[in-house]
Design a protein around this ligand. Structure first.
Ligand SMILES: Cc1cc2nc3c(=O)[nH]c(=O)nc-3n(C[C@H](O)[C@H](O)[C@H](O)COP(=O)(O)O)c2cc1C
Ligand SMILES: [Mn+2]
Length: 518
């Protein structure tokens, strides 16, 4: 079974999620011990638990907040807290950073006490065998029904996100958008939920794509070619639409914010996932200037459209790879309205050399998607995408091997599964290897691999952020079969055992430890 993620923080000490504001309970809820009705509520919880610091002195939105956040997020554990900058020079709104920057805070944001709970609950939900009595089966069917109901977004008439509405002169200048790194092309909105609908079917997509502020009403739309928003834009171009409506929700329930970063198959609405995580549907209100709906509890909503024929240079941007992503042509969003709460909080994330906050956002994806990977590739035991690998650069997978070529089958299968297609390196190890222990992985791989026999090199799509490939979005990838080899693999030499002391001697030495003078 999957092992626990090393949380680096005393997750065991974390109390079970307390104050409940309603919502479904029980196995049908994903996280769902509570539902935040605002980002402010999450901030309050972080503060009550001693994991938020308010900074009251004036600070600049240009670079200063980055440097503070970077130090805090890489600093000692007790210093790694969420930061609420209450006095950002030139702006009325407070800025929240590093709110998801640890396993603990990321789990709290999704209403669980540790990240592995989410995968376990999903595993429970999708387990196809339904043992037990007829009554058990009925209950399970009821759970599924409850889940279905909880996941469907729900239209409401009024939303806090429209307490203040500006349609005549909307201006991005009122938002404390951060300039993150010195060579950045400008200020960037970094934690948005970008909402579009596929022209024709109307299916919704919610993606987290950074937005460069060009001027008061124009944004760079950094949806990369592989992503849902770009797919919708392409569909609009195909049918000759001149504008594709876009809404950008900032803040609100952190479960919704996180869901925007989840790599769901295209045409599956990320708000369904958010509803499941919350155990309660996401409330939506109609936009004021576009034919879209937005989460009612968002702090700020930017409405507008993208013209599928228009492109403009976006970037550079100090990115989560730890390098600047280079300037390139991207679509442009024109703002038609800005709505907001009366007293919004502006949340932002800073990315840069890992580990930073986005590592923890990615960890949730890794934990949550493991049961889904296992549905299709049942030999997979566990997966680790280490911080240094920045999601797609290095993926370690442990498998239970039964037949020749199985490690290769797993790589090829994963290279064809959603955004796993972007993986640059797979290390496949045996089931008994702890994929989260990088020292063990390095030891096993370097011992067990014959570099001529056990390596496959293929070409395929790579991340838009990859700067090593000869051309954008396409490059070479490696898969390494680091499992132990035997007759199955046509390996006729004996394979050595691991070295382990006998249990008797271990017990003897433990018993006599003090006697040795230690
Ligand atoms: C903090 C953060 C920033 C991100 N910025 C971008 C971005 O600018 N462009 C992009 O295409 N993906 C970005 N991503 C990754 C996407 O959010 C992710 O691939 C997600 O699956 C996109 O949604 P989609 O699958 O519906 O397209 C970012 C992720 C995080 C956590
Ligand atoms: Mn999507």
């Amino acid at each position: 079974m999957a092992r626990r993620v090393d949380a680096h923080e005393g997750l065991d000490d974390v109390p079970v999620f307390p104050p409940s504001t309603g919502g479904l309970r029980g196995p049908e809820a994903g996280g769902g011990e509570t539902v935040y009705s605002s980002l402010r509520e999450f901030v309050t919880l972080l503060e009550e638990r001693g994991r938020l610091r308010r900074i009251t002195v004036p600070v600049s939105a240009e670079l200063e907040i980055t440097e503070i956040t970077d130090r805090v997020s890489k600093g000692p554990q007790e210093q790694n807290v969420a930061l609420l900058f209450e006095n950002v020079t030139g702006y009325a709104m407070p800025v929240l950073t590093n709110a998801f920057g640890s396993a603990e805070r990321m789990a709290w944001a999704l209403g669980v006490s540790e990240l592995d709970e989410l995968g376990q609950r999903l595993q429970g939900l999708i387990s196809l065998d339904m043992p037990g009595s007829f009554a058990d089966k009925l209950r399970k069917a009821g759970d599924l029904f409850g889940t279905f109901r909880a996941t469907q977004p729900h239209r409401v008439k009024h939303g806090a996100c429209q307490e203040v509405v500006e349609t005549t002169h909307p201006s991005l200048a009122e938002l404390p958008v951060l300039k993150c790194w010195p060579a950045d092309g400008g200020p960037y909105i970094t934690l948005p939920a970008v909402i579009t609908r596929r022209p024709g079917s109307g299916k919704r997509n919610v993606g987290m794509y950074r937005l460069q502020v060009f001027d008061e009403t124009t944004l760079g739309m950094h949806w990369q070619i592989h992503k849902g928003g770009a797919e919708h834009q392409e569909a609009a171009r195909e049918v000759g639409l001149e504008r594709i409506p876009v809404a950008v929700a900032i803040g609100g329930d952190p479960a919704i914010t996180w869901s925007a970063s989840a790599p769901l198959p295209s045409d599956i609405d990320e708000l369904l996932l958010a509803g499941w995580l919350r155990g309660r549907p996401v409330d939506l209100v109609p936009c004021v200037s576009q034919p879209l709906e937005v989460p009612a509890d968002a702090d700020i909503v930017i409405e507008g459209y993208v013209d599928p024929g228009e492109r403009r240079i976006e970037g550079p941007f100090g990115d989560h790879t730890g390098y600047y992503s280079l300037a390139d042509e991207y679509p442009v969003m024109h703002v038609t309205a800005i709505t907001r709460r009366e007293s919004p909080i502006y949340p932002a994330t800073l990315v840069g050399r890992p580990p930073m906050e986005d590592y923890w956002m990615g960890k949730v994806t890794e934990r949550l998607f493991l049961p889904l990977i296992r549905m299709v590739q049942s030999e997979v035991v566990d997966v680790n995408m280490p911080a240094e690998g920045v999601f797609h650069n290095l993926v370690i997978v442990s498998i239970k091997k039964r037949y020749p070529g199985q490690a290769r089958k797993v790589m090829y299968g994963l290279w064809g599964m959603g955004l796993m297609m972007l993986s640059k390196a797979f290390l496949i190890v045996d089931a008994d290897v702890d994929v989260h222990d990088l020292s063990e992985v390095a030891w096993r791989v370097s011992n067990n691999v014959d570099w001529r026999r056990d390596v496959v090199i293929v070409d395929g799509p790579v991340d838009a952020l990859d700067h090593a490939s000869d051309r954008p979005n396409y490059g070479g990838k490696i898969g390494v079969d680091a499992t132990r080899k035997g007759p199955l693999d046509g390996h006729d030499r004996p394979w050595p055992d691991d070295i382990e002391m006998s249990a008797e001697i271990q017990a003897l030495v433990t018993g006599r430890w003090a006697e040795y003078g230690f």
